[in-house]
Design a binder for this molecule. Structure first.
Ligand code: NAD
Length: 471
């Protein structure tokens, strides 16, 4: 049996390797991680991440050709192909802090591969890395090699959290970058043979290494740019009486533009968009391309502006203060169908409201109390942020309660902020919620998922992104 090993059992490594195991029964897939708690969760009934369909895939393959282990060295040394899916966050300190990718985890994994390898290997970059990282890994491997031949491939992952399994089973495209040498082409073919088990051949694109690495950064930058573009329009809509949903509809019918990523919102979140754009900015600056860097920086600036604008709107609508007022926060994950809160706009919005001394009652169907407390207690500023995010002082933490359902969150509240587009928020009994709230009762729909007309009929004062305000 061919053996492959995935290093990093996170949001990418776990689902990606599980789908390979599902589609390639003749391959033995080991997923390894240095985090004991993550691996024991992968081996339990409570998987460490929530993704629709993931549990079924893991249950189908675990114990057959899929295993999760902390014995990183053993499984790496035995594998013919090693997928690297470790985290590459934004560097917190030192040169390039706040922008450059932190390749500490990446480098330590590469050094470990060099130390434990006894046979030739294909190393597949799955993590999102700065362009030309393959060159760096090659240097580490060459320096330590014992006559072992390593072929490096770039195979960036394009899954979206919340639809990871669907995206992996039916990808738009699979991108594989490699060298033009015969060995490089052989390695590309070996990886293509794996994907060919379930992906149509014309969806598998091959490029050189640097194009594949840069394409992933470009992909996230373009997606985030669309969100910032429509969010920038939403501010103009509010100022002029246009409606952003109507503008989106008009744009979406232009086949040159299309309909995806055109929903105005409180802002984008997630672990990738901001960090990858910052990384792009850093790479541009390092190459003397300051105008190009400034262009991409603006995508993040608009996102920060949008979150800030939302906080200001809540406070100004509620008679210029939320001090002592109870605000129900519905949704904390950065998008629906995931439990991930990394860089969720909810963090910034909650901190902004707490800064004006609001009392928050937070409900999210998938996010745990521990996650919310951790997110609100740490200082995760990575950028010269217009909203000043402080770690919360103990008094502020007392102003937050995390509750188990939307009705409990909204009872006696003065206002509601919808911060994640969970489907269940669309079908709540808003009449009952209104009856149980303080009056006037405000709703701030940061995801534009609610029926504004119906809410106004009930009696709510409603703010939706990019729509005319209540008079
Ligand atoms: P994650 O933090 O969820 O998972 C990374 C895992 O790697 C962690 O469990 C960590 O313990 C493990 N790890 C770190 N160093 C290790 C080592 N030396 N040996 C073994 N395990 C090690 O991160 P993620 O969200 O899965 O992202 C991983 C990479 O994929 C990042 O580069 C990210 O930018 C990229 N990516 C993420 C997404 C996404 O939606 N989350 C999508 C596409 C690409």
């Amino acid at each position: 049996m061919v053996k492959i090993c995935g290093i990093g059992a996170g949001y990418v490594g776990g689902p990606t390797m599980a789908v390979i195991a599902l589609k390639c029964p003749s391959i033995e897939v080991a997923v390894v991680d240095i985090s004991h708690s993550r691996i024991s969760a992968w081996n339990s009934d409570q998987l460490p991440i929530y993704e629709p369909g993931l549990e079924e895939v893991v249950k189908e393959c675990r114990g057959k050709n899929l295993l999760f282990s902390t014995d990183v060295e053993k499984h790496v040394s035995e594998a013919e192909i090693v997928f690297l899916s470790v985290n590459t966050p934004t560097k917190a300190r030192g040169l390039g802090a706040g922008k450059a990718a932190d390749l500490t985890y990446w480098e330590s994994a590469a050094r470990m591969i060099a130390d434990v390898s006894q046979s030739n290997k294909i190393i597949v970059e799955k993590s999102t890395v700065p362009v030309r990282t393959a060159e760096a890994i090659e240097k580490i491997l060459a320096h330590n090699s014992k006559g072992i031949n390593y072929q490096i491939l770039s195979n960036p992952e394009f899954l979206s959290e919340g639809t990871a399994i669907q995206d992996l089973l039916n990808p738009d495209r699979v991108l594989i970058g490699g060298k033009e040498s015969p060995e490089g082409q052989k390695a590309i073919q070996a990886l293509k043979d794996i994907y060919a088990q379930w992906v149509q051949e014309d969806k598998i694109i091959t490029t050189n290494l640097w194009s594949a690495e840069l394409s992933k950064l470009a992909d996230n930058a373009f997606l985030a740019q669309r969100i910032s573009s429509i969010n920038a329009m939403s501010a103009l809509c509010e100022a002029t009486g246009a409606e952003v949903s109507q503008v989106s509809l008009a744009l979406s019918k232009n086949t040159k533009i299309g309909s995806k990523f055109l929903n105005a919102s409180v802002g984008f979140g997630g672990s990738c968009f901001q960090k990858d754009i910052l990384n792009l900015v850093y790479i541009c600056e390092g190459n003397g391309l300051s105008e190009v860097a400034n262009y991409w920086k603006q995508v993040i600036n608009v996102n920060d502006y949008q979150k800030n604008r939302f906080v200001k709107r809540v406070i100004s609508s509620m008679f210029n203060t939320v001090s002592g007022k109870k605000i129900a926060v519905l949704g904390f994950a950065f998008k629906k169908d995931t439990s991930d809160t990394r860089k969720t706009p909810a963090i910034d919005v909650c901190k902004g409201l707490l800064g004006d001394e609001a009392r928050l009652s937070i409900y999210d169907p998938r996010v745990t109390e521990d996650q919310i407390q951790r997110d609100l207690s740490t200082n995760n500023v990575e950028w010269d942020h217009p909203i000043h995010l402080h770690p919360l002082n103990p008094t502020m933490v007392k102003q937050v309660s995390i509750v188990r359902d939307a009705y409990e969150a909204t009872k006696d509240a003065h206002g509601i902020c919808i911060l994640t587009e969970w489907d269940e928020f669309k079908t709540l009994d808003y009449q009952k919620i209104y009856d149980d709230m303080q009056k006037p009762a405000f709703i701030f729909d940061g995801r534009n998922i609610l029926n504004v007309g119906k809410l106004r009929e009930i009696g709510f004062i409603v703010y939706s992104i990019g729509k005319p305000l209540d008079s």
